[in-house]
Design a protein around this ligand. Sequence first.
Ligand code: HPA
Length: 281
Amino acid sequence: MQHVDQEKEIQEAADYIRTRAPRDWRVMIVLGSGLGPLADEVRNPVVIPYSDIPHFAQSTVPGHSGRFVIGELLGVPVGVMQGRVHFYEGHPMWQVTLPVRVGRRLGADTLIVTNAAGGINRGFEVADLMLISDHVNFLGMSGVNPLIGPNLDSFGPRFPEMTTAYDAELRALAKRVAVESSVPLQEGVYVGLSGPAFETPAELRFLRTIGADAVGMSTVNEVLVARHSGMKVLGFSGITNLARLSPDEGEPPSHEEVTTASVKIAPKLISIVRGVLAQLA
Ligand code: HPA
Protein backbone atom coordinates (compact mmCIF):
# COMPACT_ATOMS: atom_id res chain seq x y z
CA MET A 1 0.00 0.00 0.00
CA GLN A 2 1.27 3.46 -0.84
CA HIS A 3 1.28 5.94 2.02
CA VAL A 4 1.20 9.68 1.51
CA ASP A 5 2.90 11.96 4.02
CA GLN A 6 -0.33 12.71 5.83
CA GLU A 7 1.20 14.91 8.53
CA LYS A 8 2.59 17.20 5.82
CA GLU A 9 -0.63 17.31 3.83
CA ILE A 10 -2.73 18.02 6.92
CA GLN A 11 -0.38 20.84 7.92
CA GLU A 12 -0.36 22.38 4.44
CA ALA A 13 -4.16 22.34 4.28
CA ALA A 14 -4.45 23.85 7.78
CA ASP A 15 -1.83 26.52 6.98
CA TYR A 16 -3.75 27.48 3.85
CA ILE A 17 -7.04 27.83 5.73
CA ARG A 18 -5.31 30.00 8.34
CA THR A 19 -4.16 32.44 5.66
CA ARG A 20 -7.85 33.14 4.92
CA ALA A 21 -9.43 32.53 8.34
CA PRO A 22 -6.71 32.97 10.98
CA ARG A 23 -8.81 32.34 14.06
CA ASP A 24 -8.70 29.09 16.06
CA TRP A 25 -11.76 26.84 15.75
CA ARG A 26 -13.45 25.33 18.75
CA VAL A 27 -16.17 23.20 17.20
CA MET A 28 -16.13 21.54 13.80
CA ILE A 29 -19.51 20.74 12.26
CA VAL A 30 -20.01 18.37 9.31
CA LEU A 31 -23.30 18.81 7.45
CA GLY A 32 -24.69 15.83 5.55
CA SER A 33 -26.98 15.57 2.52
CA GLY A 34 -29.46 18.44 2.43
CA LEU A 35 -28.50 19.65 5.93
CA GLY A 36 -26.39 22.54 4.62
CA PRO A 37 -28.74 25.39 5.73
CA LEU A 38 -27.17 25.40 9.20
CA ALA A 39 -24.12 27.02 7.59
CA ASP A 40 -26.26 30.07 6.74
CA GLU A 41 -26.42 30.85 10.45
CA VAL A 42 -22.66 31.40 10.75
CA ARG A 43 -21.72 34.99 11.65
CA ASN A 44 -18.85 36.82 9.91
CA PRO A 45 -18.38 33.87 7.60
CA VAL A 46 -15.24 33.17 5.62
CA VAL A 47 -16.22 30.75 2.86
CA ILE A 48 -13.52 28.50 1.43
CA PRO A 49 -14.39 26.02 -1.35
CA TYR A 50 -12.62 22.68 -0.91
CA SER A 51 -11.20 23.18 -4.42
CA ASP A 52 -9.03 26.03 -3.04
CA ILE A 53 -7.52 23.90 -0.26
CA PRO A 54 -4.39 21.83 -0.95
CA HIS A 55 -4.93 18.04 -0.86
CA PHE A 56 -8.72 18.25 -0.39
CA ALA A 57 -10.96 16.02 -2.51
CA GLN A 58 -13.99 17.52 -4.24
CA SER A 59 -17.55 16.50 -3.33
CA THR A 60 -19.43 15.23 -6.38
CA VAL A 61 -22.80 14.57 -4.72
CA PRO A 62 -25.87 16.78 -5.33
CA GLY A 63 -26.90 18.38 -2.02
CA HIS A 64 -23.27 18.66 -0.89
CA SER A 65 -21.89 22.15 -1.56
CA GLY A 66 -18.25 21.37 -0.93
CA ARG A 67 -17.02 24.31 1.13
CA PHE A 68 -16.01 25.40 4.60
CA VAL A 69 -17.95 28.18 6.26
CA ILE A 70 -15.76 29.49 9.06
CA GLY A 71 -16.94 32.01 11.63
CA GLU A 72 -19.02 32.14 14.80
CA LEU A 73 -22.23 30.41 15.81
CA LEU A 74 -23.72 31.75 19.05
CA GLY A 75 -20.32 33.09 20.01
CA VAL A 76 -18.53 29.77 19.43
CA PRO A 77 -15.73 29.76 16.83
CA VAL A 78 -16.73 27.11 14.32
CA GLY A 79 -15.59 25.52 11.10
CA VAL A 80 -18.60 24.16 9.23
CA MET A 81 -18.20 21.66 6.41
CA GLN A 82 -21.07 22.29 4.05
CA GLY A 83 -20.95 18.95 2.30
CA ARG A 84 -18.48 16.12 2.75
CA VAL A 85 -16.72 13.64 0.51
CA HIS A 86 -17.60 9.96 0.72
CA PHE A 87 -15.56 6.81 0.28
CA TYR A 88 -17.90 5.70 -2.54
CA GLU A 89 -16.85 8.72 -4.61
CA GLY A 90 -13.55 6.91 -5.06
CA HIS A 91 -11.35 8.94 -2.74
CA PRO A 92 -8.89 7.10 -0.53
CA MET A 93 -9.92 6.88 3.11
CA TRP A 94 -7.16 9.24 4.33
CA GLN A 95 -8.59 11.92 2.02
CA VAL A 96 -12.20 11.27 3.11
CA THR A 97 -11.17 11.98 6.70
CA LEU A 98 -8.49 14.63 6.03
CA PRO A 99 -10.83 17.57 6.81
CA VAL A 100 -11.45 16.36 10.36
CA ARG A 101 -7.73 16.19 11.08
CA VAL A 102 -7.30 19.62 9.55
CA GLY A 103 -10.09 20.86 11.85
CA ARG A 104 -8.23 19.35 14.79
CA ARG A 105 -5.01 21.14 13.74
CA LEU A 106 -7.02 24.37 13.56
CA GLY A 107 -8.00 23.93 17.19
CA ALA A 108 -11.36 22.13 17.15
CA ASP A 109 -11.78 19.90 20.21
CA THR A 110 -15.38 18.92 19.42
CA LEU A 111 -16.92 17.42 16.29
CA ILE A 112 -20.63 17.67 15.55
CA VAL A 113 -21.32 15.28 12.71
CA THR A 114 -24.57 14.89 10.80
CA ASN A 115 -25.84 12.66 8.01
CA ALA A 116 -28.86 11.51 6.09
CA ALA A 117 -29.78 7.93 6.94
CA GLY A 118 -32.34 5.23 6.28
CA GLY A 119 -34.50 4.38 9.29
CA ILE A 120 -34.40 0.72 10.29
CA ASN A 121 -36.05 1.07 13.69
CA ARG A 122 -39.78 0.52 13.13
CA GLY A 123 -40.58 3.32 15.57
CA PHE A 124 -38.99 5.91 13.28
CA GLU A 125 -40.76 8.10 10.74
CA VAL A 126 -39.48 10.01 7.74
CA ALA A 127 -38.04 13.39 8.80
CA ASP A 128 -37.22 12.21 12.33
CA LEU A 129 -33.95 13.37 13.82
CA MET A 130 -31.89 10.68 15.58
CA LEU A 131 -29.17 11.32 18.14
CA ILE A 132 -26.41 8.77 17.48
CA SER A 133 -25.72 6.78 20.65
CA ASP A 134 -23.20 4.40 19.06
CA HIS A 135 -22.19 3.01 15.70
CA VAL A 136 -21.32 -0.22 13.91
CA ASN A 137 -18.34 0.21 11.60
CA PHE A 138 -19.24 -2.26 8.90
CA LEU A 139 -16.43 -1.12 6.61
CA GLY A 140 -13.96 -1.47 9.45
CA MET A 141 -15.04 -5.05 10.06
CA SER A 142 -14.09 -5.86 6.48
CA GLY A 143 -10.68 -4.19 6.76
CA VAL A 144 -11.35 -0.64 5.59
CA ASN A 145 -10.54 1.88 8.30
CA PRO A 146 -9.05 5.38 8.02
CA LEU A 147 -6.58 4.60 10.81
CA ILE A 148 -4.93 1.76 8.83
CA GLY A 149 -1.36 2.67 7.88
CA PRO A 150 1.42 4.31 9.87
CA ASN A 151 -0.05 5.80 13.04
CA LEU A 152 -0.06 9.59 13.20
CA ASP A 153 1.45 9.78 16.69
CA SER A 154 1.05 13.55 16.86
CA PHE A 155 -2.74 13.02 16.72
CA GLY A 156 -3.29 9.95 18.88
CA PRO A 157 -2.48 6.36 19.81
CA ARG A 158 -2.13 3.29 17.59
CA PHE A 159 -5.09 1.57 19.25
CA PRO A 160 -7.74 4.16 20.13
CA GLU A 161 -10.62 2.96 22.27
CA MET A 162 -14.15 3.37 20.90
CA THR A 163 -16.39 2.50 23.86
CA THR A 164 -16.92 6.21 24.54
CA ALA A 165 -17.15 7.35 20.91
CA TYR A 166 -20.29 9.47 21.24
CA ASP A 167 -19.74 11.75 24.21
CA ALA A 168 -22.17 11.03 27.05
CA GLU A 169 -22.28 14.62 28.33
CA LEU A 170 -22.89 16.08 24.89
CA ARG A 171 -25.65 13.54 24.29
CA ALA A 172 -27.30 14.43 27.58
CA LEU A 173 -27.05 18.11 26.66
CA ALA A 174 -28.59 17.49 23.22
CA LYS A 175 -31.51 15.62 24.82
CA ARG A 176 -32.07 18.46 27.29
CA VAL A 177 -32.02 21.01 24.50
CA ALA A 178 -34.47 18.89 22.49
CA VAL A 179 -36.95 18.84 25.37
CA GLU A 180 -36.54 22.56 26.07
CA SER A 181 -37.04 23.50 22.43
CA SER A 182 -39.83 20.93 21.85
CA VAL A 183 -37.95 19.18 19.06
CA PRO A 184 -38.73 15.46 18.93
CA LEU A 185 -35.44 13.55 19.09
CA GLN A 186 -34.98 9.81 18.56
CA GLU A 187 -31.84 7.99 19.69
CA GLY A 188 -30.10 4.96 18.26
CA VAL A 189 -27.27 3.08 16.65
CA TYR A 190 -25.95 4.12 13.23
CA VAL A 191 -24.45 1.55 10.88
CA GLY A 192 -21.97 2.85 8.32
CA LEU A 193 -21.72 1.06 4.97
CA SER A 194 -19.78 2.14 1.89
CA GLY A 195 -22.68 2.62 -0.55
CA PRO A 196 -23.32 3.94 -3.14
CA ALA A 197 -26.00 1.28 -3.75
CA PHE A 198 -28.80 1.30 -1.20
CA GLU A 199 -29.29 -1.92 0.74
CA THR A 200 -31.31 -4.98 -0.23
CA PRO A 201 -34.22 -6.01 2.02
CA ALA A 202 -32.17 -9.03 3.17
CA GLU A 203 -29.28 -6.75 4.15
CA LEU A 204 -31.65 -4.43 5.99
CA ARG A 205 -33.18 -7.32 7.94
CA PHE A 206 -29.66 -8.42 8.81
CA LEU A 207 -28.76 -4.91 10.00
CA ARG A 208 -31.90 -4.78 12.12
CA THR A 209 -30.92 -8.08 13.72
CA ILE A 210 -27.49 -6.76 14.72
CA GLY A 211 -29.06 -3.77 16.45
CA ALA A 212 -28.99 -1.02 13.84
CA ASP A 213 -31.54 1.79 14.09
CA ALA A 214 -30.31 3.74 11.07
CA VAL A 215 -28.05 3.06 8.09
CA GLY A 216 -25.94 5.41 6.02
CA MET A 217 -22.82 5.89 3.92
CA SER A 218 -20.70 8.27 5.98
CA THR A 219 -19.86 9.54 9.47
CA VAL A 220 -18.18 6.49 11.01
CA ASN A 221 -14.80 7.24 9.42
CA GLU A 222 -14.89 10.86 10.49
CA VAL A 223 -15.76 9.79 14.02
CA LEU A 224 -12.83 7.34 14.06
CA VAL A 225 -10.24 9.99 13.21
CA ALA A 226 -11.90 12.50 15.54
CA ARG A 227 -11.77 10.07 18.46
CA HIS A 228 -8.23 9.05 17.55
CA SER A 229 -7.19 12.65 18.07
CA GLY A 230 -9.18 13.02 21.30
CA MET A 231 -12.03 15.14 19.95
CA LYS A 232 -15.42 14.85 21.62
CA VAL A 233 -18.12 13.74 19.20
CA LEU A 234 -21.83 14.51 18.95
CA GLY A 235 -23.69 12.90 16.04
CA PHE A 236 -27.12 13.20 14.43
CA SER A 237 -28.84 11.23 11.66
CA GLY A 238 -31.70 12.73 9.70
CA ILE A 239 -34.05 9.88 8.85
CA THR A 240 -34.79 10.58 5.20
CA ASN A 241 -36.45 7.29 4.27
CA LEU A 242 -37.65 4.13 5.96
CA ALA A 243 -35.82 0.89 5.31
CA ARG A 244 -37.74 -1.52 3.13
CA LEU A 245 -37.35 -4.71 5.09
CA SER A 246 -39.45 -6.55 2.52
CA PRO A 247 -39.89 -5.74 -1.19
CA ASP A 248 -43.67 -5.71 -0.56
CA GLU A 249 -43.59 -2.62 1.66
CA GLY A 250 -43.05 1.04 0.81
CA GLU A 251 -41.13 2.35 -2.18
CA PRO A 252 -37.50 1.90 -3.19
CA PRO A 253 -35.24 4.63 -1.76
CA SER A 254 -33.84 7.39 -3.95
CA HIS A 255 -31.52 10.35 -3.53
CA GLU A 256 -34.45 12.69 -4.35
CA GLU A 257 -36.35 11.31 -1.38
CA VAL A 258 -33.29 11.90 0.79
CA THR A 259 -33.04 15.53 -0.32
CA THR A 260 -36.78 16.20 0.12
CA ALA A 261 -36.88 14.85 3.67
CA SER A 262 -33.73 16.78 4.60
CA VAL A 263 -35.62 20.03 4.04
CA LYS A 264 -37.91 19.06 6.93
CA ILE A 265 -35.07 17.80 9.10
CA ALA A 266 -32.75 20.81 8.77
CA PRO A 267 -34.80 23.15 11.06
CA LYS A 268 -34.86 20.52 13.84
CA LEU A 269 -31.14 20.03 13.55
CA ILE A 270 -30.55 23.78 13.57
CA SER A 271 -32.60 24.21 16.79
CA ILE A 272 -30.69 21.51 18.60
CA VAL A 273 -27.22 22.50 17.41
CA ARG A 274 -27.93 26.13 18.32
CA GLY A 275 -29.05 25.06 21.78
CA VAL A 276 -25.97 22.89 22.28
CA LEU A 277 -23.59 25.62 21.11
CA ALA A 278 -25.28 28.17 23.36
CA GLN A 279 -24.39 25.93 26.29
CA LEU A 280 -20.83 25.41 25.09
CA ALA A 281 -20.25 29.14 24.62
N1 HPA B 1 -29.32 3.69 3.13
C1 HPA B 1 -28.04 4.15 3.14
N2 HPA B 1 -27.75 5.43 3.18
C2 HPA B 1 -28.77 6.31 3.23
C3 HPA B 1 -30.10 5.89 3.22
C4 HPA B 1 -30.38 4.51 3.17
O1 HPA B 1 -31.55 4.06 3.15
N3 HPA B 1 -30.87 7.02 3.28
C5 HPA B 1 -30.01 8.07 3.31
N4 HPA B 1 -28.73 7.64 3.29
